[in-house]
Design a protein around this ligand. Structure first.
Ligand code: S3P
Length: 202
């Protein structure tokens, strides 16, 4: 009897998403680091939304906050992310406040796949303490600022398509977890598959 053909070997190509993958979550969650690695793994471009905002403004984020205020930064952030979502498929790392904006969140969830990189507060605090460039953390004691932002923002981050913990373990494991969940999500088209809560097993 003729042998049934072997199923093709699973490769990272299988998980290549049809839509852009947008990493959301708190400062220090590892969105840029993991985003870069995920893009390399899936062989699609990586864009850091904060870097794009800086490029478009010709100023650093700190300078934008200082010269124009947070509201103006948020307007630029919304415009830049809308533009990035309209372009070719890519991995996009967003700043921690982006997904809180209703229009941005809806756009991301319409046009892309959102991934909340979740990490415990002490881990976030340890990571952000290595870099002093974040203006919001200068508005008070960084731990209290982060705790307050987490309290305000988790209800939005929870609306992401996928949730992956990035608190501990090697980056490769976090990337593996995202690739696996992307594959599961691609197999179950939006609206028809398991609920977001089910897709987001933590
Ligand atoms: C912000 C996070 C920052 C940057 C800006 C505001 C926030 O990006 O967009 O300082 O509101 O949480 P990261 O999350 O990449 O640090």
């Amino acid at each position: 009897m003729a042998k049934a053909p072997k199923p093709p070997k699973s490769t990272s190509k299988d998980a290549k998403p049809g839509r852009s993958v947008v990493l959301v979550g708190m400062m220090g969650a590892g969105k840029s680091t993991i985003g870069r690695r995920l893009a390399a793994r899936l062989d699609i471009p990586f864009v850091d939304a904060d870097a794009e905002i800086e490029r478009a403004a010709g100023q650093t984020i700190g300078e934008i906050f200082e010269a124009h205020g947070e509201a103006e930064f948020r307007r630029g952030e919304e415009r830049v992310i809308a533009r990035l979502l309209d372009g070719e498929r890519k991995i996009i790392a967003t700043g921690g406040g982006a997904f809180v904006n209703d229009r941005t969140r809806n756009r991301i969830n319409d046009k892309g796949v959102s991934v909340w990189l979740r990490a415990e507060l002490p881990v976030l605090l340890e990571r952000v303490s290595r870099n002093s460039a974040r203006p919001l953390l200068k508005q008070g004691d960084p731990e209290s600022v982060l705790r307050k932002l987490a309290e305000e923002r988790y209800r939005y981050y929870e609306q992401a398509d996928i949730v992956v913990d990035s608190s501990t373990g090697p980056h490769r494991d976090v990337v593996d977890a995202i690739v696996k969940k992307l594959r599961d999500l691609e197999a179950a088209p939006k609206g028809k598959g398991p609920s977001k809560a089910a897709a987001a097993t933590r």
